[in-house]
Design a protein around this ligand. Structure first.
Ligand code: AMP
Length: 363
């Protein structure tokens, strides 16, 4: 008998692609359920390596390492959406990958993503694909200024984006994002940004967490506040949008959808992430079952846990030097501190987060 397979409980080994803080928190949540995790990541200093029994330190293009990983684990998930095509295809041909390939294809490319959401009947910012400067001029003429130019792929935390305002030179903006295939979006004068986290089980059951309000600075999420200050009808609409997308993708796991709320109460899909999400970190402190545990439950084919919230919460990211306050935060009543164990502190680097709990205002 394989000594790895002797536990009472969900006796599975979950492979996680990506070794950042999200992979680390997934593995920790999996461990609470008795799931074993093996993390695959190319970076030797991956924060997730510290909390699992087995690691694969290899490049995503290394087919020998991928093949061994596929033999070691029962099922694969990931903590980032930019899983290289070759690795996703290679692993999918050998074992189950959850969420499935469709979720990756849709979320890796902003044009495909917005087209998909629109085809699902959801509102999105008006947009045009841009492949060269002539496209950009035409798109600007139709969408007007200001407009937001973004790379189609590999954008995160506001990277690969440029706002084009009156008087700005479009060619300079296109150069600033590296003259790559891009999308031009109409600028949305939103009142607030919210996100909704939906979890869909392997059996198709769908649950959601309460929508959360997000504050970004310099393109990076700083604070998430729950409940979001939105009318009940907007909450219902946001939750429905999450469900529509999860079902259309035949999704298994946690799906994060970021939305703009306009002054007249419209909801527009900004982007989706086929994974656990920074705007859901509060769930580990304020919900019966966190986004991390529910993702692992869905991936392992277990029953979903309750997404009910037992407290109001404000989650603050500890970015760069913010983390130096960790000792004071650790001593604070009502503060739930989570540090990622990263060795090097750098400007803009997510080092940890703290969730401050408050009395529940609304169920
Ligand atoms: P993204 O990487 O697409 O999430 O964009 C990062 C941030 O830029 C968002 O959270 C918004 O604050 C802002 N942003 C992105 N797209 C638009 C848009 N079309 N109109 C206005 N602001 C935007």
């Amino acid at each position: 008998m394989n000594p790895e397979r002797s536990s009472v409980g969900p006796d599975q080994i979950i492979g996680i692609l990506g070794g950042g803080q999200l992979g680390r928190m997934l593995a920790l949540a999996g461990a609470r359920l008795g799931l074993r995790c093996q993390v695959y990541a190319p970076e030797p200093e991956s924060p997730a390596f510290d909390v699992v029994r087995r690691i694969t330190e290899a490049d995503y293009s290394d087919e020998v390492a991928l093949a061994r990983f596929a033999e070691d684990v029962d099922i694969v998930t990931y903590e980032f959406e930019n899983v290289p095509d070759n690795a996703a295809r290679f692993l999918s041909s050998r074992l189950t990958v959850r969420p499935g390939a469709r979720a990756l294809t849709v979320s890796q490319d902003r044009v495909v993503e917005k087209t998909f959401a629109r085809d699902c009947g959801l509102d999105v910012p008006d947009f045009e694909p841009v492949d060269d400067e002539a496209d950009l001029e035409r798109a600007l003429a139709r969408l007007g200024r200001p407009a937001v130019l973004k790379t189609r792929r590999f954008g995160y935390d506001g990277k690969g984006q440029a706002v084009i305002r009156m008087g700005d030179d479009p060619a300079a903006a296109y150069a600033a994002i590296g003259r790559q295939p891009a999308i031009l979006e109409a600028f949305v004068p939103f009142e607030r940004e919210i996100s909704v986290l939906t979890v869909r089980g392997a059996d198709g059951e769908v649950r959601h967490y309460d929508p959360v309000e997000n504050v970004h600075r310099g393109g990076i999420l700083r604070t998430s506040i729950v409940p979001a200050q939105i009318p009940a009808a907007t909450t219902i609409a946001a939750v429905r949008m999450g469900r529509v997308l999860a079902e259309a993708l035949d999704y298994v796991g946690v799906l994060a959808v970021e939305l703009f709320v306009t002054a007249d109460g419209r909801l527009l899909v900004n982007e989706m992430a086929p994974r656990v999400h920074n705007s859901g970190h509060w769930t580990e402190a304020a919900c019966h079952c966190s986004q991390f545990e529910n993702h692992m439950r869905a991936v392992a084919g277990l029953p979903l846990g309750s997404t009910e919230r037992h407290a109001d919460a404000v989650m603050q990211n500890l970015i760069g030097a913010d983390v130096e306050a960790w000792r004071a935060i650790a001593a604070e009543d009502g503060a739930v501190l989570h540090l990622y164990g990263k060795r090097d502190q750098r400007d803009g680097r997510k080092m940890g987060h703290v969730t401050r709990l408050k009395t529940l205002s609304r169920g």
